[in-house]
Design a protein around this ligand. Sequence first.
Ligand code: BES
Ligand code: ZN
Ligand code: ZN
Length: 460
Amino acid sequence: MIPNISDETATPSTSIKVIEISAFDGWLNDQTDMVKNWISVQAFKPVKGAHIVVPNPEGGISFVLLVLKDLNWNVWSLASLPASLPEGIYKLEAELDEKQASDVSIGWSLATYKFDRYKENNKVFATLVLPVNADQAHVERSVYATNLARDLINIPTSDMGPKALEGAASQIAGEFEARQMNVVGEDLLTYHFPMVHAVGRASEQKPRLIDMVWGDASAPKVTIVGKGVCFDTGGLDLKPSSAMLLMKKDMGGAAMALGLAYMIMHAGLPVRLRVLIPAVENAVSGNAYRPGDVLTSRSGKTVEIGNTDAEGRLVLADALTAADEEEPDLLIDFATLTGAARVAVGTEISATFTDDDELFALIERHAKAENDPVWRLPLWDNYRELIDSKVAEINNSGSTGFAGAITAGLFLKEFVEKSKSWVHFDIMAYNNRARAGRPVGGEAFAIRTMFAALSERYGK
Ligand code: BES
Ligand code: ZN
Ligand code: ZN
């Protein structure tokens, strides 16, 4: 079941005709007087994304006309329609290849997302007949994974703390018979995740390291790490209210990790997948970690705490070390890591860091094809000294705020040594404004891109 997508090709449906702006005048010329008249009395202007519902003589709908800037079909081409068309079943009149047909279906379905866990929402959306050529399984997993990530982010911390996040991971692991181990509370010290423990120990809910493994042990190892800070108060370096307001989304990296893992397992990609999620709440309490503390990380490296609000890199460091120990072919991490990345590329582009040019070229090509944009920022080694510490081997916050996303990336890089390739995504995990198919609220970033890149790299 794909929300608002019907695979009943035989059911009566209303046609959606799509033309590009430049073809409008010619198209209008060929229409009946009735259609010409309707378009005229409605004062319809063929601007990009505009649509008009054209009636038939019986008072029903004859067809829908959608005007696009061009016919370069992408995931959002039809995404404005489900919310604005009258309820009913529609069929697209266009010849699309498999990728195009799948993409427009994904965008249509994603546009019908509702977060109605706490309040009834009676909004109804139009349904699209799955276009011929669409890869139904791919549409299903793309929509499911994205909406899963959206839900996990939108659910407030009161119902999505570290324990609930572990439960969400277990549900997915169960569906695909993945093995899951959770290292919880004091056990984090026994099993050597000291920084996950230090950051999370002030919370009512125990910190934990979620560790999921799936697939053929002899297949190439792909490991995904996701920042699972279920709420980020900033710790003793408390955030001001405006900056704290949205910090339920600070587990967005974990949501992406689970979404991408879902797609990989659903597709049965021939990889040995591992997902590592440090799930904590960065809280304030008498036993909270402090500015000036020195932590010894899982890797042995000592870390001076310059700022308790730079907690993400601490919990990620221990998880990255654990990932790195088994020398994966590819190590991917997703994190709502810095405000600086948002200043650099805004909220709608995934800031991407890797030293592997070939890997980035692969990712960038798929990001364009998926309409899931990334932009590369440098792991500029000359900035490493900005996170030097006088008392420890490294500091968790820079001596200056400049290049904050880069110094955060360089911090993480210290904990990745043996992995063949590593890529780090610093993401927003949230739509600050509504766009076609993307309502305000939690959002998946770079997971459709990475699924496509992984499919090409490891394909069956
Ligand atoms: N979770 C925040 C980063 C964040 C803020 C992401 C807003 C997206 C939107 C992170 O833990 C944080 O607070 N980072 C600090 C680091 C600084 C103290 C070195 C930042 O970016 O200001
Ligand atoms: Zn923080
Ligand atoms: Zn954070």
